[in-house]
Design a protein around this ligand. Sequence first.
Ligand SMILES: *[C@@H]1O[C@H](CO)[C@@H](O)[C@H](O)[C@H]1NC(C)=O
Ligand SMILES: *[C@@H]1O[C@H](CO)[C@@H](O)[C@H](O)[C@H]1NC(C)=O
Ligand SMILES: *[C@@H]1O[C@H](CO)[C@@H](O)[C@H](O)[C@H]1NC(C)=O
Ligand SMILES: *[C@@H]1O[C@H](CO)[C@@H](O)[C@H](O)[C@H]1NC(C)=O
Ligand SMILES: *[C@@H]1O[C@H](CO)[C@@H](O)[C@H](O)[C@H]1NC(C)=O
Length: 424
Amino acid sequence: MLFYTLAAIALLAGARSSTLAANAAARAPRHVEERHHGYEKISPKVVIVSMFSPEAEVWYSQSLNSSIGDLLADNITVHGLSPLYPYVHCNERGEVCQLTMGESEINAATSMAAFVFSGLFDLTKTYFLLAGIAGVNPKLGTLGSVALSKYSVQVALQYEFDAREMPANFTTGYLPYGAYAPDEYPSIIYGTEVMELNENLRDVAAGLAQRAELADSVMSADYRARYATSQAYEAATTKPSVIKCDSATSDVYYSGTLLSEAFENTTMLWTNQSTVTYCMSAQEDSAILEVLVRAAACKLVDFSRAIAMRTGSDFDRPPPSVGAFENLRIIDQNGFDIAIQNLYLAGVEIVEGILAGWDAKFHKGIAPINYIGDIIGTLGGEPDFGSGSLFDGLGFSAKANGEIGLTKRKAPLGRKGRRAGGWK
Ligand SMILES: *[C@@H]1O[C@H](CO)[C@@H](O)[C@H](O)[C@H]1NC(C)=O
Ligand SMILES: *[C@@H]1O[C@H](CO)[C@@H](O)[C@H](O)[C@H]1NC(C)=O
Ligand SMILES: *[C@@H]1O[C@H](CO)[C@@H](O)[C@H](O)[C@H]1NC(C)=O
Ligand SMILES: *[C@@H]1O[C@H](CO)[C@@H](O)[C@H](O)[C@H]1NC(C)=O
Ligand SMILES: *[C@@H]1O[C@H](CO)[C@@H](O)[C@H](O)[C@H]1NC(C)=O
């Protein structure tokens, strides 16, 4: 009897799911185009990378009014994308595509890897426009600012003590791996700490973005005016504009003056720069760029075609008269809407600029003059930051290098004759 019942339920369930399957199949040709190896591959000129819905939707609704046209003309199922965002969307001609990662580092790396290694697209000449909103550093920008980065730094890839338990001479509870003080360069390197992008392309993209008339609002102007009492925050009090400065990636959505300053220091130290360049805090860029580095190492993408753009939706730290908690959770800074709008307004100038200049300029690429790639020299050349290429400047090659992680990477552990401690 029990068996019979279970079998009947199974049958019913089977019937139900096959009805669903039939419905899905009937809908499929209109809504989802499944592509398989052997199809002519789409080779987009630009791929727009969003992190979550609001950043994607502004493109879907606004691009109809641009030369991009309908970004929802072709919805392509790619296995391994986020269950929340399972399609790559492309315009009619397949020239511009867009996909949404899902938020934070794990979603971003997984979704991007699924996309670039799917084999469904030819991405060898594609420009990648990372386009998300972010926390903005009031020393360098403001609500609605559009930042184009040269460096992306995975700032929280460190040891962390609760600040109440840190040594009295520390300025932050974060301590670089293998280091004994917060201002020491990490001696244990995972490989994703710092990504450096093509500065020439960054500058070209900034020039295009500057054509945009950026959105601003009276309400965001009200909040940014509160920063006027501090000289250091002058940039926060201006109207939003296009700025060139660096982006931080952290799963932890840190907020407040001390953590933000600690990660300013981290960015400056790890990129071997002498001024504060950290201006945007977000949760995905380094993860996406690491995927592009790996894909570039096997010639599936061209890393010199990556652009990292972020727009300021809220300040990473409060104005002088406001507490950190109030800044983050209580007061509406009113930056979200203009940040989303500016993502599109600046972004569409970049995309249209690339399309319009394709034959003359962008098809062959914008040659970098700076080092590009990660901290271990995967793509060749000597990084102008960090402790040097692990590949003798020649870049990674599976054949030539074997398994460096098992050999060379161990070297820093013996530094100063002390063990680094912990589990590394
Ligand atoms: C693509 O998906 C969107 C919803 O996400 C839908 O509005 C649109 O009609 C779809 N396009 C096609 C060609 O089916
Ligand atoms: C479309 O673009 C034109 C010209 O830039 C602008 O005047 C108009 O408001 C836009 N329409 C929509 C719906 O965005
Ligand atoms: C900071 O404090 C730690 C732990 O108390 C100590 O080992 C270290 O030498 C100190 N560093 C400096 C630069 O004083
Ligand atoms: C950042 O570095 C400066 C200079 O070394 C130091 O004075 C400051 O305390 C550091 N800030 C934090 C939060 O670690
Ligand atoms: C970057 O700075 C660290 C010290 O903070 C130094 O050890 C390293 O050699 C520097 N790298 C380059 C490429 O200048």
